[in-house]
Design a protein around this ligand. Structure first.
Ligand code: IPM
Ligand code: MG
Length: 360
């Protein structure tokens, strides 16, 4: 089979980590008999430098024409002084909205070999951590009405509107229930229904959906309590579903408690099989171009792409197992290096993963 992938290498370490993900994909393709073709898409800070726009005309269309999108990272201090509407991050929001990527899947997995990197006391994580945050990605306060206006007595006023429709909540709720059904059958919906009207709607719609999923245990938490529970007793969580802003915050928290935010992949899915896959980490301009970046999150994002968009489960399993085997063999990029381990660079990490890809 042939699969077409739009590559948004982006800024900072983005090009380096995507370079390794492509090597790994091609190697897995060779072993399993698939061909991947790539279409380069310019977006982010590099696109601002070359064309003046973070998301140049045609970028969304090129991505849409592909079967899936693989993205490195966008942004960096070079563009930090640009006004809000022109920053590299707008490319990310434009791709999400333009491609209808409403469901953001962010697994927070504690790798056995990296258990020591977890900042929580060992007794809190004994037995491992395997949480998935399902974040609504194209609605809420990120995309509600926003603006500023001059007031008479209080100076300038700025506002961003948080809003959700029943249909928006229902479709993300279904993704989360389906995910919970395939995993530990526990779903925690996070909102702020004690204060926000949009959260009361969220809670009602998620509760209604539960009737279709009698095998999944649903619970609700207020976001402040959820943030606290994640560090107090993280093993109570299986799948967490929440809105765009709460999901942004909680997914960073969930990934940090695994101690390896640089290791984590993500998927942003549209209705159907289309998706955009990217490491959770940012562009890390301070180490860009030095062969120091950890490409594992990008490689694992490619594996998620194989699993979710292409339904190539054995291939995804093989890549994930190869990453785990590299860690078990003691190889570490500087971000996860500890005494006694073997420190290696970006490209060598790619090679070590490739060596360990096996057909079952
Ligand atoms: C993320 C990032 C983005 C977000 C930023 C860069 C716009 O923090 O993907 O979590 O807030 O969604
Ligand atoms: Mg974020």
């Amino acid at each position: 089979m042939k699969y077409s992938i739009a590559l948004v290498r982006g800024d900072g370490i983005g090009p380096e980590v995507i370079g390794q993900a492509v090597r790994v994909l091609d190697a897995a393709g060779g072993i399993f008999g698939h061909a991947f073709t790539y279409e380069e898409v310019l977006a982010g800070g590099c696109a601002i430098d070359r064309t003046g726009a973070a998301l140049p005309p045609g970028a969304v269309e090129t991505c849409r024409a592909a079967d899936a999108v693989l993205l490195g990272a966008v942004g960096g201090w070079k563009w930090d002084s640009l006004p809000g509407g022109q920053r590299p991050e707008t490319a990310l929001l434009g791709l999400r909205k333009g491609l209808g990527l409403f469901a953001n899947i962010r697994p927070a997995l504690l790798f056995d070999a990296l258990a020591g990197a977890c900042p929580l006391r060992p007794e809190l994580t004994a037995g491992g951590l395997d949480i998935v945050v399902v974040r609504e990605l194209t609605g809420g306060i990120y995309f509600g009405e926003k603006g500023t206006r001059q007031t008479e007595d209080m100076g300038l006023l700025a506002y961003d509107v948080e809003q959700y429709s029943e249909e928006e909540v229902r479709r993300i709720g279904r993704v989360a229930f389906d995910m919970a059904r395939k995993r530990g059958k526990k779903l925690t919906s996070v909102d702020k229904a004690n204060v926000l009207e949009s959260s009361r709607l969220w809670r009602r719609v998620v509760t209604e959906l539960a009737a279709d999923y009698p095998d999944v245990v649903l619970s609700h938490l207020y976001v402040d309590n959820a943030a606290m529970q994640l560090v107090r007793a993280p093993r109570q969580f299986d799948v967490i579903v929440t809105g765009n802003l709460f999901g942004d915050i909680l997914s960073d928290e969930a990934s940090m408690i695994t101690g390896s935010i640089g290791m984590l992949p993500s998927a942003s899915l549209a209705q159907g099989n289309f998706g955009m896959y990217e490491p959770v980490h940012g562009s890390a301009p301070d180490i860009a171009g030095q062969d120091k970046a950890n490409p594992m999150a990008a490689v694992l994002s490619a594996a998620m792409m194989l699993r979710y968009t292409f339904d190539l489960r054995a291939e995804a399993d093989a890549i994930e197992a190869a990453v785990k085997a590299v860690l078990d063999a003691g190889y570490r990029t500087p971000d996860i290096f500890t005494d006694g381990m073997k420190c290696i660079g970006t490209a060598e990490t790619g090679s070590r993963i490739i060596e360990r890809i096996r057909k079952p």
